[in-house]
Design a binder for this molecule. Structure first.
Ligand SMILES: [Zn+2]
Length: 400
């Protein structure tokens, strides 16, 4: 979920962000004992994660320097041991799985590389193993990386935040990403994968995207997770809150005690803290109609209420045939979450055009990534960062 997965919103008014920030006292370094092993959470830190890399109806290049073992995932039996040459492809032919020009007897296979070796999919190296299955839609392939949790986190952290950030911010991101993965995994038994590799879950790009500093942060926090009342938290995060994170109730309607929003004040000097965007009324109307919002020629937009964080709740759409009302988070998704970067904005009617000026980037729920950067630069530790954004949580270590 880099700027992303859960993108819906974000912003606060400039006056709020400027006022909230620097009032927090610096915390003196004190000795903190290592977190105790967690007993009430069932997962172990050696758990494997299933990450959907891609779905495709075409052929996919797969390659490995040395021989790989090919298992039938249904029977668990070894069906082949083979080299995957640099022109090897996997695809579906006549309804059957074909690997490197050989028909397979199985419709779901697992490729297991030799120790210390990696499989490339479309040229990218991945740790762990690769599952390949026919999936029903489009007679296509589904490629899943079956990978130890800690290895997966190494492929997430540098794709969610720059590896050049301070170590404590990287550690907070690693714990948020690890917790988010475990949270998403619960309830996925029986499904073909736990997470995907995009902003829908968390951005994951495998071994070639890893960075030394981010790997160090993952190693330093190995097995650490954020919990609330003994359960993994829904560790949502976003790029920049614009001054104040939001209550999840305002964004997705759920009540979660540790996601009720907090003053940030550490992200307001960042490039993503403010944004602007212009669009003609004609294009605005066309976009809304494409999403089945019944508007004619657009005349005006009206802000219909803000929540306590400054984010807009609803937007009135005045057009030549009446007025419609739309949730601000929906309006943002329709116009484009990277154009309307948050729901904390003001509207300037310029006649033919509408100008939007706003703060923050993302839905605004949970950890503010650029706020974590600011807190780390101000001397806060990873656990202090996490507890600032996830209210009342504890940091615990998974069992071996
Ligand atoms: Zn922030």
């Amino acid at each position: 979920m880099t700027k992303q997965s859960v993108i819906f919103t974000g912003i606060a008014i400039l006056a709020i962000s400027a006022g909230c920030a620097r009032t927090q006292p610096m915390i003196k370094p004190v000795y903190h004992p290592p977190p105790a092993p967690i007993k009430s959470v069932a997962a172990k830190r050696l758990v494997n994660v299933r990450v959907l890399l891609l779905k495709s109806s075409g052929s996919i290049p797969v390659f490995s320097l040395r021989a790989v073992k090919v298992y039938d995932m249904r029977t668990k039996k070894l069906i082949m041991r083979t080299r995957l040459n640099d022109d090897a492809l996997v695809f579906i032919k006549e309804g059957r799985l074909m690997l490197d020009q050989r028909f397979l007897t199985a419709s779901r296979i697992r490729l297991v590389p030799e120790a210390g070796e990696y499989i490339r999919v479309r040229g990218k190296r991945y740790r762990g193993q690769i599952d390949i299955a026919c999936h029903n839609q489009n007679n296509g392939l589904q490629i899943v990386n079956y990978i130890p949790l800690e290895d997966y986190i190494q492929g997430v952290v540098p794709n969610e935040v720059p590896a050049s950030w301070p170590l404590e911010a990287l550690k907070a991101q690693a714990i948020a990403a690890r917790t988010f993965a475990l949270y998403k995994m619960s309830g996925r038994q029986g499904q073909p994968y736990d997470l995907d590799a995009s902003t829908n879950s968390q951005v994951y790009r495998g071994l070639d995207s890893e960075k030394e500093a981010a790997n160090l942060a993952v190693k330093h926090t190995r097995g650490l997770v954020a919990v609330y009342q003994g359960k993994f938290i829904a560790a949502f995060y976003h790029s920049n809150c614009g001054g104040r994170t939001d209550n999840i109730r305002n964004v997705w309607g759920s009540n979660i005690k540790y996601l009720t929003g907090s003053l940030c004040g550490f992200c307001d000097n960042n490039p993503h803290s403010q944004w602007s965007f212009e669009i003609t009324k004609a294009e605005l109307g066309a976009r809304l109609r494409r999403h089945n919002i019944p508007v004619q020629e657009m005349e005006n937009l009206a802000i219909q209420g803000r929540d306590s964080s400054g984010r807009i709740l609803k937007i009135g759409l005045d057009h030549t045939d009446g007025t419609e009302s739309l949730k601000a988070s929906m309006f943002r998704m329709i116009i484009g979450p990277d154009r309307i970067r948050s729901t904390n904005f003001y509207i300037n009617d310029q006649g033919q055009k509408m100008e939007f000026r706003g703060q923050g980037w993302g839905h605004g729920v949970g950890l503010c990534q650029e706020g974590a950067w600011g807190m780390a630069r101000a001397g806060y530790r990873y656990d202090e960062i996490l507890k600032h954004y996830y209210i009342g949580v504890k940091i615990r270590r998974l069992k071996d």
